[in-house]
Write a protein that binds this ligand. Structure first.
Ligand SMILES: [Zn+2]
Length: 75
């Protein structure tokens, strides 16, 4: 188990946009990420954030999925 200091968490959130997940890893986690975001809009996943900020392809994928799941939830 990794213990993070608040400084490290803040640094990971404000770090530059270099993604440290690969697109494959991002793709594997995006379902989970979107579900978590819908349950809690404040949900923070620094690794996903960093990747989505730096990778337009995955960001579009995540946004499309979010819209899809959100539309589904309303039904
Ligand atoms: Zn990507």
């Amino acid at each position: 188990m990794t213990i993070r200091t608040p400084d490290a968490v803040v640094a990971s959130l404000t770090a530059d946009t270099s993604p440290y997940l690969s697109c494959d890893e991002c793709f594997e986690r995006v379902d989970q990420y979107v579900d978590a975001l819908l349950l809690d809009p404040q949900h923070a996943d620094p690794a996903m954030h960093a990747h989505l900020r730096g990778c337009a392809a995955c960001r579009e994928e995540a946004e499309a999925l979010l819209e899809l799941v959100a539309a589904d939830a309303v039904r």
